[in-house]
Design a protein around this ligand. Structure first.
Ligand code: PMP
Length: 360
């Protein structure tokens, strides 16, 4: 067996220790006589798994008791609809910050449900910057402000939180949640698809301040109502049991590794050395302004797109895969989430230097 360094934007690498544990527990989970994936979600064994996962997740992020954690399905894309369906309320309007491809999708979906104002857009820069606070046109009448702390495709990240006063801040943290500590109390709602730093695809996490629950528009289907999920501890219907269990193992791995502060240090170091290699090469380029560079997704271009295919092929031959950039941006993209070892980033940097020396 040989595992390679997979730079996919998601689904992405998972910690090897977690996969080994899943393998060991696959046929029979801890004396239960069955695999986790065969268990009733209402049985004692599974409820213990689910409860432990939530407790560990709360510990990692230091989530205040006044917030509910929901384990849902439907991906972050479903949250693009659920957020406005549940939070627009009587105000019927919200502010969205447009910083990239995923913000745009969130905006397009929200427009189906109410009056959506774009508080700032960085599209003119081809999404290579984030807006400063003074550039935001925020309405005190908005039911909430939505933003995307890290744009997975463009590799652009807010260095600080937008200030929204009394208006709740909603964040699509799909590609950053668990990569560093955050202050949950500064948000009204946080959501993330799991398939980057959290666990397998199929699980979607929502952290919601309790006072924002129970405001769904009349006619909201049960499966789209946060209150239904909150009242039923995310078991109104059958939850994604195996993904929830596996995410729980990732939470344990993070806690055993010393928590999110340590993870942040490693992530920052991995990103810094990759950006330094790009900037000092005189060959590779990253278009994002320095203050808004993502720790998680690092896009870069080669001087001639004709070299792209060769780069990808040769990288694959040395065990570095899924480096092709998103079709809307081109070039390369290295996603370096929690489970990407620092040695993987070192191997990529060494390969980039070698490729340049041969093809540059
Ligand atoms: N938002 C962001 C920031 C993302 O990176 C992604 C997925 N790459 C999505 C939303 C969509 O997530 P999903 O595929 O889970 O619906």
């Amino acid at each position: 067996m040989s595992r390679i360094y997979n730079f996919s934007a998601g689904p992405a690498m998972l910690p090897e220790a977690v996969l080994t544990q899943v393998q060991a527990e696959m046929l029979e989970y801890r004396g239960s006589g069955m695999s986790v994936t065969e268990m009733s979600h209402r049985g004692k064994d599974y409820l213990a798994i689910a409860g432990k996962a939530e407790a560990d997740f709360r510990t990692l992020l230091n989530i205040p008791a006044s917030y509910k954690v929901l384990f849902l399905q439907g991906g972050a894309s479903s949250q693009f609809a659920m957020v406005p369906m549940n939070l627009l309320g009587e105000r019927g309007q919200a502010d969205y910050i447009n910083t990239g491809s995923w913000s745009k999708k969130a905006i397009a979906e929200a427009k189906k449900f109410g009056k959506i104002q774009v508080a700032a857009s960085t599209e003119a820069s081809r999404f290579t910057v984030t807006p400063v606070q003074e550039a935001l046109t925020l309405s005190p009448e908005a039911a909430y402000v939505h933003y995307t702390p890290n744009e997975t495709i463009e590799g652009v990240e807010f260095p600080t939180l937008p200030e929204t006063g009394a208006v709740p801040l909603v964040a699509d943290m799909s590609s950053t949640l668990l990569s560093r500590p955050i202050e949950v109390s500064r948000y009204g709602l946080i959501y993330a698809g799991a398939q980057k730093n959290i666990g397998p695809a199929g699980l979607t996490l929502v952290i919601i301040r309790e006072d924002l629950i129970g405001r769904a528009q009349p006619g909201t289907p049960a499966m789209f109502d946060y209150k239904i999920h909150a009242d039923n501890d995310s078991m109104y219907n059958t939850p994604p049991t195996f993904a929830w269990y596996l995410a729980g193992l990732v939470f344990e791995w993070l806690i055993q590794g010393g928590g999110l502060a340590g993870m942040a240090e490693i992530n920052q170091r991995k990103a810094a050395k990759l950006y330094a290699a790009i900037d000092h090469s005189g060959f590779y380029k990253n278009p994002v302004e320095i203050r808004s560079r993502s720790w998680m997704n690092v896009p870069f271009t080669l001087p001639d797109p004709a070299l792209d295919e060769m780069f990808i092929k040769e990288a694959k031959a040395v065990g570095l895969t899924t480096l092709k950039g998103h079709r809307s941006v081109g070039g390369m993209r290295a996603s370096i989430y929690n489970a990407m070892p620092e040695a993987g980033v070192d191997a990529l940097i060494a390969f980039m230097a070698d490729f340049q020396s041969r093809r540059g």
